[in-house]
Design a protein around this ligand. Structure first.
Ligand code: MF3
Ligand code: CO
Ligand code: CO
Length: 264
């Protein structure tokens, strides 16, 4: 599809929409800040779900994940070789685990979608490196965002950096447009060629959420219909921000108020 025909499916947002997204994104980021001290050995992922759900509710939001296409919980908790969409349950976190927590509060009708990696106690060198590279790949891509660049430029930036570090980029899941709708066009894939794909314009709002594997990029979905794991059972990491394209760059709606973007 040419960029012209793709363009008509893309919502262009106003500055008041951006203000609303900053509030929703602030709630997402505050929730991820709030949960940080609870991510310790011995805690269950269900407890993290409950704490986040209550935090979001207490701050005037509701979770977009709960009941989304039948999803049973309020957040996603993806531990070690789980790539994404891990369902909170009776799993007990252990020293050395890495976990992605993904939250999407809806505030006043707007979606703030963000995730981070957390270290459970002391974490091994390889796992920490994977998390650092994943975070840096997302930030490198965010920093090139402005009107006129393409989705291929974003994907290429992530892929090139990740593969240089000898990790792999997951192809089976991608970032997405968001705003009043949880997931809308465009698909923001985390691999690609410079100059290819849709051209960015002021007012677009989307997520960048690279999933990076320490082994091969292939994934499979478990029988619960949600939990996505690495096929080779190696570790996987992910970070996610929701951003908007401005006249000369970008705004990050989900920046951490406490400066806890990454557990480095
Ligand atoms: N927050 C996820 C994303 O980044 C979507 C989770 S959908 C759920 O797009 F149903 F699994 F919660
Ligand atoms: Co998302
Ligand atoms: Co998310």
């Amino acid at each position: 599809m040419s960029s012209d025909s793709e363009d008509k499916y893309i919502t262009i947002h106003s500055s008041s929409d951006f203000k609303a997204m900053h509030l929703a994104g602030h709630l997402a980021a505050s929730c991820l800040d709030y949960i940080t001290p609870f991510v310790i050995p011995g805690v269950t992922t269900e407890k993290l779900d409950r704490l986040c759900a209550d935090f979001i509710f207490d701050h005037g939001g509701i979770s977009a994940c709960l009941n989304h296409l039948g999803y049973p919980k309020s957040i996603c908790t993806s531990v070690n070789h789980v790539v994404c969409h891990g369902i909170p349950g009776n799993k007990i976190l252990e020293e050395g685990d890495i976990i992605n927590i993904d939250v999407t509060p809806i505030l006043d009708g707007w979606h703030g979608d963000s995730s981070r990696m957390y270290y459970v106690g002391k974490v091994g060198v390889k796992a920490r490196k994977l998390c650092e590279v994943t975070y840096e790949s997302m930030m490198l891509a965010i920093k090139i965002v402005k009107p006129g660049i393409t989705l291929g430029d974003i994907g290429h930036t992530i892929q090139e950096f990740v593969e240089k570090k000898r990790f792999s980029v997951v192809r089976d899941f991608c970032g997405h447009g968001t705003g009043r709708v949880f997931h809308e066009p465009p698909n923001v894939v985390h691999y690609g060629q410079p100059g290819q794909g849709m051209v960015l314009r002021e007012g677009m709002i989307f997520t960048i959420e690279p999933m990076v594997n320490s082994g091969r990029c292939e994934t499979k979905t478990l029988a619960d219909g949600w939990t996505v794991v690495t096929k080779d059972h190696n570790l996987s990491a992910q970070f996610e921000h929701t951003i908007g394209v401005t006249s000369d760059g970008y705004e990050i709606f989900t920046a951490s108020p406490a400066g806890l973007h990454c557990p480095i």
